[in-house]
Design a binder for this molecule. Structure first.
Ligand code: ADP
Ligand code: MG
Length: 376
């Protein structure tokens, strides 16, 4: 076999039963979409070469987490030079911080990032304290605008996004445009700041200006160690839970769905990206077990990749939001309720774009499941 027909990675899987980190070589064959896994420690084949349609070449790069037959694998290295050269050369991560004025534009900004080939690999809405914002902008502490900048960034919730892609740091800076809004409007009318910056100079969003800054700023919002980043903004009252499902996230529908939700007048009070493992997906969907035919497939879908979870806030919002999501089966939704989220963005009963709380009395519990238990 020609090595060019195959990509090779080092992958880690945390085995919760044995409390062990297991290491594999993972081979991916793009010609027929098949995968093969080799157990590094025991030096034997773990998974014989098998077709696996749910894996896409775009998702294969070091630092990403992928799902192979319901196992969440962290790709920690390239296992040969060919793969490293071919797939690894320019992948970067950067921090995009939507400032309070930018949060309102999140849907459009996600579309802009997606169209430029940047993937959202983490997301969290948070309300920074004055001192957290001051930490973040420590490089500017001697500047005359420092106080007003810190005040503005801590005045209301912000959304931190981890963006990943080729040359992510410079691409996101370019998409942002100049920090002077008047200049942005003139010189880069289609940039984020050119489009959404305000007359009083609020510049919508921030972008790391180097790989080193990106590493520091991402660690601030999405720490890798046990310590927690800034807290989420969930309110746990007058709310309902919405999960933008993994298939919709990976199809790049997040921005469009958020746009539809905002256009329908719903208010998002918390937002965070989660990687749900199979055990947690089973627990979250427990009430559907033995009741809904698709239970097992729903569990698989929810654990197949990152999902975006929202707390929707408003008096008696659960029922109204559920109606806005539409019938669980998108085919039926397209006939009966063609303007609902599932009619527009759903594929089938399992890949139906969004989960929403069914019974209003479960809403707080579902919001708590993500924002208190899984985020805890
Ligand atoms: P950028 O966000 O483009 O990297 P800087 O790092 O220079 O820009 O500045 C950080 C933030 O400080 C800017 O996003 C902007 O909100 C604010 N800022 C920068 N320069 C000024 C200024 N001259 N007056 C007021 N605010 C400023
Ligand atoms: Mg800067």
């Amino acid at each position: 076999m020609d090595i060019k027909d195959r990509f090779a990675f080092l992958a880690e899987w945390y085995d919760p039963t044995a409390c062990l980190l297991r290491r594999y070589q993972l081979f991916y064959y793009p010609n027929d979409n098949s995968v093969e896994m080799f157990d590094v420690k025991n030096q034997r084949i773990f998974l014989r070469r098998t077709k696996y349609g749910d894996l896409r070449k775009e998702d294969l790069f070091v630092g990403n987490r992928i799902n192979v037959f319901s196992r969440q694998l962290n790709l920690v290295g390239y296992a040969d030079r060919y793969t490293a050269n071919k797939l690894g050369s320019k992948k970067e991560r950067t921090l995009a911080l939507l400032k309070p004025d930018g949060v309102l534009k999140i849907a459009d900004i996600l579309e802009i990032a997606k169209d430029a080939g940047l993937m959202v690999t983490n997301a969290k809405m948070t309300h920074l304290t004055w001192s957290q914002a001051a930490d973040l902008y420590v490089e500017h502490q001697s500047k005359p605008f420092f106080n007003s900048l810190v005040h503005q960034v801590s005045s209301a919730p912000v959304v931190a996004l981890e963006l990943m892609g080729d040359d992510a740091v410079s691409i996101w800076r370019k998409l942002l445009g100049p920090s002077d809004v008047a200049a942005a409007r003139k010189e880069a009318a289609h940039s984020v700041r050119g489009l959404f910056g305000t007359d009083d100079g609020r510049d919508v969003a921030h972008g790391s200006d180097s790989l080193a800054a990106a590493a520091r700023e991402l660690e601030f919002f999405f720490p890798t160690a046990i310590c927690h980043g800034p807290p989420n903004t969930a309110l746990y009252s007058d709310c309902t839970c919405c999960v933008i499902k993994p298939h919709a996230v990976s199809e790049g529908l997040t921005g469009k769905i958020l746009n539809s939700i905002a256009a329908a007048g719903f208010h998002i009070s918390a937002l965070e990206m989660f990687n749900v493992d199979r055990a947690n997906a089973e627990e979250f969907y427990e009430v559907y077990k033995g009741v809904v035919l698709e239970y097992t497939d729903m569990v698989t879908e929810l654990s197949l990749g990152p999902c975006m979870v929202l707390e929707i806030h408003g008096a008696d919002v659960a029922k109204a939001f559920r109606e806005f999501c539409g019938p669980a089966d998108p085919e039926i939704a397209r006939h009966l309720r063609p303007t609902t989220l599932r009619a527009i963005y759903g594929t089938d009963k399992v890949k139906n774009a969004v989960h929403c709380t069914d019974l209003p009395e479960d809403a707080v519990l579902e919001v708590q499941y993500f924002f208190k238990i899984l985020d805890g």
